[in-house]
Design a protein around this ligand. Structure first.
Ligand SMILES: *Cc1c(COP(=O)(O)O)cnc(C)c1O
Length: 368
């Protein structure tokens, strides 16, 4: 039986042609035409002013917090239910990580929980559009704007998703993106920061390029970083971006096919799509009703035995050693314990989805 992976990069456009162009011309490092092209086309796609490429999505978060002058003595609120990189970036700048619980429907940061975590030391808020479902940005921006706190949108999983028609990554002060191999679009490794502010864009450009003065070569007014993307990565990005609509359509097809097979199946809860949301389904994710992590893991093992790879929903940040805390976040803990990411990628066929669903239904019925 053919094994179905949980994710798969799909490079079916001009990727090879553009990469070969880099090789043929020897523009393989972090200068070259594809970088500027990828950045300007990305900004255009998002309808924002500035997009700056960088070497991954984790670094994008680091650049965002540095540009917002977050440092020791400051607090940053972020959801406990996210990928580790979101929380790690807060530690990189020496700030205090303050966690918030998630909403039971969207699994994204709960505005009520966020509000209860804000203090006079809160310097920034990071929200995460988890698995491609946008955060409820209206209430979040109201809370943030009333207090003058900037919002960073971690859009690593939400490229193309919209909140009331507005692209994620263009609502807060800064948006951050990842192009890791399993993301909606990939460059192998890669990232992007977006902003409508020239001041923030200039700061991030300086930081990512070793802090070199743009008007004076080899003069470095600050301690910067080498967080640049290569021209080869950007070449892949240009080809991927040409087909973004196709990539998004395919993920929507995968999600609606999953829904058709799983709707009404006992013990399986499907992800929601809020009325104001355009969900891009980076990962089609289900919850096993009432399951604890042990039972969920046994169900995943059963699927694995049947050649279907899945992933657990992220572990909560407060449950892992680097960010451990005795605080309780009941919604995030329940979602994290009972959630399974099912295979989701653009070339997953309807027959493969049917096979995943049949095995999932069987496993949920049979695994105690
Ligand atoms: C993938 C991801 C990142 C980090 O991106 P990398 O490119 O792997 O560094 C950050 N945040 C979230 C929510 C992610 O899913």
């Amino acid at each position: 039986m053919k094994r179905i992976p949980v994710a798969n990069a799909v490079l079916n456009g001009n990727e090879k042609q553009y990469v070969n162009d880099c090789l043929d011309t020897a523009w393989i490092s972090s200068n070259g035409k594809y970088i500027a092209r990828f950045e300007s086309e990305f900004a255009e796609k998002l309808k924002t002013q500035h997009a700056l490429s960088c070497c991954n999505g984790t670094v994008a978060l680091h650049l965002a917090l540095l540009a917002l002058d977050v440092g020791p003595g400051d607090e940053v609120v972020c959801p406990t239910l996210t990928y580790i990189a979101t929380a790690n970036a807060v530690k990189y700048v020496g700030a205090q990580l303050v966690l918030a619980d998630c909403d039971p429907k969207t699994w994204c940061i709960s505005p009520t929980s966020l509000e209860s975590r804000i203090t006079s030391k809160t310097k920034a808020i990071i929200v995460v559009h988890l698995y491609g479902h946008p955060v409820d940005m209206g209430p979040i921006m109201k809370i943030a704007n009333e207090r003058g706190i900037p919002v960073v949108e971690d859009c690593a999983e939400s490229l193309g998703a919209t909140y009331n028609g507005q692209m994620t990554g263009t609502i807060g002060a800064i948006g951050t993106f990842s192009f890791f191999g399993n993301k909606t679009l990939t460059t192998g490794e890669g990232g992007m920061v977006t902003t409508s502010s020239k001041v923030l864009a200039d700061k991030m450009r300086l930081l990512k390029g070793q802090g070199m003065d743009p008007a004076r070569r080899y003069w470095h007014p600050i301690v910067g970083y080498n967080y640049r993307m290569t021209n080869i990565e950007a070449a892949i990005g240009c080809a991927q971006l040409e087909k973004i609509d196709w990539h998004l359509e395919q993920r929507r097809r995968v999600a609606s096919t999953y829904r058709r097979h799983l709707e009404g199946k006992p013990g399986i809860e499907l992800p929601t799509e809020a009325s104001w949301a355009y969900h891009t389904y980076w990962m089609f994710t289900v919850r096993v009703t009432g399951a604890n992590a042990e039972r969920r893991d046994r169900i995943m093992q059963e699927l694995d035995r049947n050649c279907i790879e899945t992933r657990p929903i992220f572990y909560c940040m407060h449950q892992m050693p680097p960010h451990y805390s005795e605080e309780k976040f009941p919604v995030s803990e329940a979602v994290s314990a009972s959630g399974i990411n099912l295979p989701t990628f653009a070339t997953l066929t309807d027959d493969e989805i049917a096979r995943v669903c049949a095995e999932l239904v069987k496993a949920v019925e049979s695994v105690p």
